[in-house]
Design a protein around this ligand. Structure first.
Ligand SMILES: [Zn+2]
Length: 395
């Protein structure tokens, strides 16, 4: 079997490509600007502010969104089916409330909209709704308290209580704010839920590895191919270390999230054990994009006849000699051009550029050797992985 240098386990990546590009799910925010995220600091750019957060110190199972006024449009956040329309007008209740079921590839979720204006609900149970479709208006029905007096009841503030429930056991918590035995585990952060489906959460991929545990919600652990070197991937010393015995193969981390569009990513690296001419490469990789003469696409710190950096792209593998045993590597894709950089004396220095496809890719942080005669005893470390820009879609 012919294994190109650094391509050692590329084939083994393919079965792991289970990520799904969810950017096209078309979700919008339920109030204000449908395409601008409400924030916690002010009214811009959505127009509504999060004045009470998800899972705050009172176990609030939703976010409360307000702009100081009654009557703002409330819209379905995504395609779904209306499953509950109720008027729960008691002192500690949701008031007028709508629940919409969303059957998504990753599972069924429900969006909940509460304290809706009297007479504003214009959908009924069983009705199919589209993302962005008006369903009601903001107000103060039921138990509300907030930023301004509400003209409709004279004492509380108009807001949308907006929640995302992830359990199919709807239970009392779905439609009653009084249901004190409902678990927070049945709910997810509704702003993050929409962010994820709009592909906005570039920072979701970031990892400083400070927990000394590999975060399996962010990473798969790459294993060597059969017959390959022994590989150990551990989080220790607030970074991730990959160590290898003799032989070919490799291992490391492979992101669960997909990166698309133009992107800019970086990682710190160190080589705590690095024998001379050890035939290994430590890589910041975007291997889903392809394999070139230098291996799976990405930026390598390699040890062959010379110690070097190299960028693997289509039909090229530009090389820069180095003696660095630690540093920062960075990859930038602009349209079809991938460029690699390393930080030298505080300045990003180019290692090279070349053509790559425009498709989505996972990110791999790995250590590997292409030849069966590679010695053991190599160990490389990654720290502070960061997405500076790019569109991220997480499963
Ligand atoms: Zn609330």
């Amino acid at each position: 079997m012919a294994l190109g240098r650094s391509t050692y386990w590329f084939g083994f990546l393919l079965p792991l490509v289970i990520g799904r590009d969810s950017a096209a799910q078309g979700f919008v925010y339920p109030v204000g600007n449908p395409n601008a995220q409400p924030n916690r600091n002010g009214l811009q750019p959505n127009g509504f502010v999060i004045f009470r957060d998800f899972n705050d110190d009172t176990n609030h199972s939703a976010v409360d969104l307000a702009n100081g006024s009654e009557g703002g449009e409330v819209r379905a956040i995504g395609p779904g089916t209306v499953v509950i329309v109720e008027a729960l007008l008691g002192e500690k209740q949701y008031g007028n409330v709508i629940l919409i079921r969303h059957n998504l590839p990753e599972g069924t979720y429900y969006s909940l909209y509460a304290h809706l204006q009297m007479g504003s609900v214009i959908v009924s149970v069983g009705e199919t709704v589209a993302a962005g479709q008006r369903i009601a208006a903001v107000d103060c029905t039921g138990r509300t308290s907030g930023v301004n007096l509400c003209a409709s009841n004279g004492r509380t503030g108009p807001h949308l209580h907006f929640g995302i429930r992830r359990t199919q056991d709807l239970g009392c918590g779905t439609i009653s704010a009084r249901c004190t035995w409902d678990s927070m585990d049945n709910w997810v952060d509704p702003i993050r839920f929409i962010e994820d489906r709009r592909g906005l959460t570039a920072t979701r991929m970031n990892d400083d590895f400070n927990s000394n545990q590999i975060n399996l919600s962010k990473w798969f652990i790459l294993s060597p191919p059969p017959g390959g070197a022994s590989v150990n991937v551990v989080a220790t010393g607030q970074r991730t270390e990959v160590s290898m015995g003799p032989g070919f193969g490799g291992g490391g981390l492979y992101s669960r999230c997909l990166l698309s569009g133009n992107f800019d990513i970086q990682v710190d690296f160190a080589l705590p054990s690095w024998p001379v001419a050890n035939n290994h490469s430590l890589r910041l990789g975007v291997s889903d994009l392809g394999v070139g003469p230098g291996g799976g696409f990405g930026l390598n710190r390699s040890s062959f006849a010379i110690e070097r950096y190299s960028l693997s792209v289509a039909n090229a593998a530009p090389v820069t000699p180095t003696s660095n045993l630690s540093g920062k590597m960075r990859l930038v894709r602009n349209s079809t051009v991938l460029s690699g950089f390393v930080l030298q004396s505080g300045v990003w220095v180019g290692i090279g550029s070349g053509n790559v496809p425009t498709g989505s890719t996972h990110v791999n942080l790995d250590l590997g050797a292409g030849g069966p005669n590679a010695p053991g005893g190599t160990r490389g470390a990654f720290d502070n992985f960061r997405v500076n820009s790019g569109t991220v879609n997480c499963p």
